[in-house]
Design a protein around this ligand. Structure first.
Ligand code: LLP
Length: 436
């Protein structure tokens, strides 16, 4: 049945009017596991991983690959899924690193990011044999060199460089401009200084460079701009510092469809265009093509998950708006509160009904800003209906909190007609686990 809110092929409406996700009746799953509930399609995550892997193998230089930016969704079971698809992992904190390692993710395939790694973070990464540390700044480099020396290691590193690009996304999520807490800028000379220091350091081995220009980017153009700036920088580094970088990591950022108005990104087409641009730029600069790493987060997991909530009160305020309250909100998904991020929603138990009711979706927190959307078109709900919010796999569970001592929802993983718990629902004991 065609319905404008069915954004991806694994969404459908059953004959009983229930929303089907991966062919599974979402109402039944909500009855089994309770709400709020995050359903994650393992098959869809794997499909996305393969799309990247195949396009990278076809269009990028030898040795290129994808790393899962695990900040998008970090919990133990996600790591073996992406590992088995041949991806590496990007972690940004010792907590993500510990989670990846405890799930058996191979340490040598881990890239450790962060603009402020503490000494303890660096020691932990060194002890556990993390393959690559992405060094952000001079102080970190000096400290890492000392600690690697103490640990008797020569640590592989990339240097995070700020190429000075604004990919025209939401200001809060664009991190590649000169005015940034991340990396060392080319324009200011900081990049040259850190290259010289890295080449002089005894206990690190400089493998190449990293940049990240932003998130939710729908075409290859900003990545091509970044690649051209970085390759020109690499050519200059070769001339001026005598160092030829073998690796260029271009970070993450391909976008996903939150609403019908968002374009669909064809990963293969974009990676082909990027590959062609890299080849042209290398010819121009007289460089051998480096291996290219990409760090997709959102585009691997976002549209692989939906969140189900139970509707509580429905308040129609004449002349104003209609408030529909749900049993979750900013605690499991703070993205509307933080970024006014738009979502597509529908009633999972009455999915075929026309979406004619403009609703402001309110969470359960004592906070007026706790909303999941305003002016969202859904069928007119009543208490007990099930609200499905689509495209919630990225930056929702990973940004969840226990504000108001609300328990975080479980993640149920769907695969080949089976369902299993990826993360169980939090309990009140969990909430008090650290309280003395
Ligand atoms: N690599 C680096 C160094 C990054 O900083 C990021 C995201 C990624 C890769 C992955 O980017 P992706 O493929 O997911 O776009 N909380 C925000 C998004 C913050 C993104 C931060 N960095 C949101 O909810 O929209």
């Amino acid at each position: 049945m065609a319905h404008p809110n069915l954004l991806y092929p694994n969404l459908a409406i059953g004959e009983n009017g229930h929303l089907l996700f991966d062919g599974r009746d979402t109402v039944e799953l909500a009855e089994t596991y309770g709400t709020p509930l995050i359903l994650l399609s393992e098959d869809r995550v794997r499909e996305h991983c393969r799309a990247y892997a195949e396009a990278i193998a076809a269009f990028l230089p030898a040795g290129s690959g994808a790393l899962y930016a695990s900040k998008a969704l970090s919990f133990r079971q996600i790591y073996p899924i992406v590992a088995s698809e041949g991806l590496g992992a990007d972690v940004v904190s010792p907590g993500e690193l510990a989670t990846a390692l405890s799930a058996g993710f191979p340490a040598e395939r881990i890239f450790f990011h962060g603009n402020n790694k503490t000494d303890a973070d660096l020691r932990f990464a060194l002890e556990r044999g993390v393959g690559t540390i992405v060094v952000d700044n001079l102080e970190e480099l000096a400290r890492l060199d000392e600690l690697a020396g103490e640990a008797g290691r020569r640590q592989g590193i990339l240097l995070r460089i700020t190429p000075g690009i604004d990919p025209h996304t939401h200001a809060k999520i664009s991190t590649g401009r000169v005015d940034s807490k991340f990396g060392s800028a080319i324009e200011t000379g900081a990049a040259d200084a850190i290259v010289a220091a890295a080449l002089a350091a005894e206990h690190v081995s400089l493998l190449g460079f990293h940049c990240h220009i932003g998130s939710q980017i729908f075409d290859a153009a900003p990545f091509i701009d970044a690649a051209e700036i970085m390759l020109a920088f690499m050519a200059r580094v070769r001339r001026e510092h005598g160092f030829t970088a073998r690796t260029l990591n271009l970070g993450g950022g391909f976008g996903v469809r939150y609403t019908e108005g968002d374009p669909e990104v064809d990963v293969a087409v974009n990676i082909r265009e990027l590959g062609e641009a890299v080849t042209r730029a290398c010819e121009r600069e007289g460089l051998e093509r480096p291996s290219i790493l990409l760090e997709p987060g959102r585009s691997l997991v976002a549209d692989a998950a939906i969140t189900l909530y139970t509707v509580g009160s429905v308040k129609e305020i004449p002349g104003f708006r209609n408030y529909v309250s749900i049993d979750g909100g900013m605690t499991d998904n703070p993205r509307y509160t933080l970024y006014q991020a738009k979502y597509t929603m529908l009633l999972a138990n009455r999915a075929a009904e026309p979406a004619e009711f403009p609703a402001t979706i309110g969470g359960r927190c004592c906070e007026s800003g706790d909303l999941l959307g305003e002016g969202v078109a859904i069928a007119r709900p009543v208490r007990g209906d099930l609200l499905a919010v689509l495209t919630t796999g990225a930056y929702t569970y990973s940004m969840a909190s226990n504000y108001n001592r609300v328990c975080r929802p479980p993640i149920v993983i769907l695969r080949g007609g089976e369902d299993r718990l990826g993360v169980r629902r939090e309990t009140f004991d969990d909430l008090m686990a650290c309280d003395m």
